[in-house]
Design a protein around this ligand. Structure first.
Ligand code: SAM
Ligand code: SF4
Ligand code: SF4
Length: 334
């Protein structure tokens, strides 16, 4: 029987954060003032082992999960990640993907592909090094990310998707250059509205450039037409250049919320299960595992949590919700 929540939404997509650490300090995600050298990242013993993650993933797959995305923090800073990929690739009927900032991808792409990873999404907010470095705040150049994407495409981890978070006053001048460049390359560029995740990035509605604004801007130079979603619950709205050359996506989580179809759960690096990106608290599965729970007992905990789920934060977003306590994005991934 399909597992559904209180709003009749199935559980199909699991995002697994494999680390809360990152080699970038993106201003909208891990601002350096907060995530400085004395920030208390999780000690290794508190982080799920690969065996624990794989065991949970199998149980989730038994409840209808068909897609797993590895994320972080930066997933590629977790040592030997390809070993986890190999364990997850053994689970039948699973679409296994990864979101990365791309900085360490060039040297790991082949290993990840051989281990069974299907595709990658690489985040890149500008092609202009001045803007990009100001956003990643770690002096990483655009070129190393592009090398990572190209390596991924070469070894067959495509079609490569590119995530660009757009923040007003910071990188809107990069929208058109990014669209032109990736149309040429054939990678699928997805524009993401800047979100009020966590409580450290100082989010304001004025900083959001809406998906409609982005589409209007691109359409004026390179005419676009809408495409149907690939599947129910797809987060990115799809558009195609009218000359048929390529497609782009827009993730309008702020201005056009898609909670109604949200079938995603998120597992943090320390094994907390979150049923919404904007949740305050997760359900601790690690203690259950380490306390000797059987697969059936873990299953029951997941079923009862999902059955009760009623999250729809983005549909309820208002001035009052912005200041609510929320888990940080770097803790549970995108
Ligand atoms: N470190 C990896 C990366 O950057 O791709 C994976 C984790 S990161 C949290 C996942 C995605 O969330 C990235 O594409 C990132 O740009 C996006 N993201 C982070 N903070 C965001 C925010 N405030 N609003 C919208 N997207 C955000
Ligand atoms: Fe790191 Fe990704 Fe967050 Fe940037 S968006 S700080 S790369 S986790
Ligand atoms: Fe899903 Fe929560 Fe985002 Fe709505 S706000 S789409 S329920 S994660």
């Amino acid at each position: 029987m399909t597992l559904t929540d209180s709003l009749n939404r199935p559980l199909r997509d699991l995002r697994i954060s494999v680390t809360d650490r990152c080699n970038f300090r993106c201003v909208y995600c891990m601002p350096r003032e907060v995530f400085g050298s004395d920030y208390p990242f999780l000690p290794r013993a508190q982080i799920l082992t690969f065996e624990e993650i794989a065991r949970l993933a199998r149980i989730f797959a038994g409840h209808g999960v068909r897609k797993i995305r590895l994320t972080g923090g930066e997933p590629l800073v977790r040592r030997d990640l390809h070993l986890l990929v190999a364990m997850l690739a053994d689970i039948p009927n699973l679409d296994l993907t990864l979101t990365t900032n791309g900085s360490l991808l060039a040297r790991q792409a082949r290993l990840l592909k051989d281990a069974g990873l299907k595709r990658v999404t690489v985040s890149l907010d500008s092609l202009d090094n001045k803007i990009f470095k100001a956003m990643n705040d770690a002096d990483f150049p655009v070129e190393s990310v592009l090398e990572g994407m190209d390596a991924a495409a070469r070894v067959g981890l495509g079609p490569v998707k590119v995530n660009m978070v757009v923040k007003r006053g910071v990188n809107e001048s990069s929208i058109l250059p990014m669209a032109r460049f990736f149309r040429e390359k054939g990678y699928i560029l997805r524009f993401i509205e800047y979100m009020d995740v966590g409580h450290t990035n100082g989010w304001r509605m004025n900083d959001v450039i809406s998906a409609n604004e982005i589409i209007r801007m691109i359409n004026a130079e390179m005419p676009l037409e809408p495409l149907d979603p690939n599947y129910q619950g797809e987060v990115a709205g799809r558009w195609r250049y009218k000359d048929g050359s390529d497609e782009i996506g827009v993730v309008a989580s702020v201005t056009q919320p898609f909670c109604r179809d949200c079938n995603r759960a998120r597992l943090s690096a320390e094994g907390d299960l979150y049923t919404c990106l904007f949740a305050v608290k997760g359900f601790n599965l690690r203690d259950l595992i380490r306390g000797g729970a059987t697969d059936d007992e873990i299953s029951q905990a997941i079923v009862s949590l999902w059955n009760k789920r009623s999250d729809r934060y983005s549909e309820l977003r208002s001035e009052n919700t912005i200041s609510l306590p929320k888990v940080e994005m770097s803790h549970i991934g995108g």
